[in-house]
Design a protein around this ligand. Structure first.
Ligand SMILES: NC(=O)c1ccc[n+]([C@@H]2O[C@H](COP(=O)([O-])OP(=O)(O)OC[C@H]3O[C@@H](n4cnc5c(N)ncnc54)[C@H](O)[C@@H]3O)[C@@H](O)[C@H]2O)c1
Length: 328
């Protein structure tokens, strides 16, 4: 996606002030008319049950799922295989990958797995090449792998902070750079970015984790604009921001008002959203209505809501998390 620099000779004549005003007025009117259509379309699609709504088929599609050795990734692998996708799972944990592959093949489906440390850029590029040669062109990339240390800024080692950034966000650059060109040349593709509610709302003991998850939001939104601005409207991008999930990643945390989500539910909701080509998928949906409050309410009130009512920081104080594997 490179811009052609206009040469001096090919520059169009400068428009007069009057024609500039006319152009802005014309574009605003077009925008308002289209907005009515978009709002009606969105209302209609919200009301139509999924059962009678056209959903994208994933049959035969090659789907790479990073972090496929457990949690949400394993559920994604299983559920995508049941829909007929050719699933390729990546993870640093070879034991976890074996279990995912066994679960999928036990149900009679095929799956390919690759052990790779996503914190190692060259290993990511090399593994992407192997997938292209051994499995074929990738139609969908789900950047799902993630890691969390659950420590305060002063407790976090420099190496831990770097690992969180390498796994949770930098790896997205390497995987997308590896697979997007083929999607563009075939005119078909989907990039799924797994963020978090902690990437929409700064979370206690998560300066590194929240920082990287906020970055996933920026990454997704900016990539979306690049794809649209360059006319690649058949390449879709979906950002997934779930609340706490019961996978062990945040073991010990006991949220006060909402129970943790189950990985089966998160994977199913994510796949549904992808099959509808949705741009954003926040779960549970109710979080969407709470988030604007952080910009609208006074900061002291937001803190009191988080601390007194939701007991967010207090629940993160119980964080135990998972035993860490090398690099992740
Ligand atoms: N668990 C939650 O509460 C929660 C909430 C919101 C978002 N998320 C996000 O959802 C995604 C899936 O999380 P999960 O709950 O299934 O966690 P999980 O720990 O069960 O799975 C994450 C996977 O990423 C893999 N991984 C970690 N470091 C790696 C590395 N260096 N190279 C390769 N693989 C590596 C792990 O081995 C693991 O299999 C993550 O991006 C996470 O940040 C999780």
């Amino acid at each position: 996606m490179k811009f052609e620099e206009p040469t001096g000779e090919s520059l169009p004549p400068r428009p007069s002030n009057l024609s500039k005003v006319f152009e802005v007025a014309r574009d605003t009117v077009i925008f308002l008319v289209l907005s009515c259509y978009y709002i009606l379309e969105s209302l209609f699609l919200t009301l139509v049950p999924n059962a009678i709504r056209p959903m994208k088929s994933l049959k035969g599609d090659v789907v790479v799922v990073t972090g496929g050795a457990g949690g949400v990734g394993r559920q994604l692998a299983l559920q995508l295989a049941r829909l007929g996708a050719k699933v390729v799972v990546w993870d640093i944990s070879s034991e976890g990958l074996k279990k995912t592959c066994a679960d999928v093949t036990d149900e009679g489906y095929e799956i390919a797995s690759y052990v790779v440390d996503l914190a190692d850029r060259e290993a990511v590029y090399a593994t992407a090449e192997r997938v292209k040669n051994e499995v074929g062109k990738v139609d969908m990339l789900i950047n799902n792998a993630g890691t969390v240390f659950g420590q305060t800024l002063l407790e976090l080692s420099d190496a831990a902070i770097e690992t969180t950034y390498k796994v949770n966000i930098l790896s997205h650059y390497w995987t997308v750079k590896a697979f997007l060109p083929d999607m563009i040349s075939s005119g078909k593709g989907h990039i799924v970015t797994v963020g978090s509610v902690a990437g929409l709302l700064g979370t206690y003991r998560c300066t590194d984790y929240s920082g990287t998850k906020f970055a996933t939001v920026g990454f997704h939104e900016a990539l979306f604009t690049e794809l649209r601005a360059h006319g690649h409207s058949s390449i879709h991008a979906t950002l997934v921001c779930p609340y706490y999930i019961n996978t062990g990643m945040f073991d010990g945390v006991t949220p006060r008002l909402m129970p943790m989500l189950e990985p089966q539910y998160v994977a199913a909701t994510m796949i549904e959203s992808v099959r509808k080509n949705e741009v954003n998928c926040i779960m549970p949906g109710s979080v969407r209505y709470l988030l604007p409050l952080k910009c609208l309410l006074p900061a002291k009130m937001c803190w009191d809501l988080m601390h007194r009512v939701m007991k967010g920081p207090q629940s993160m104080m119980e964080f135990k998390g998972k035993r860490k594997v090398a690099g992740g």
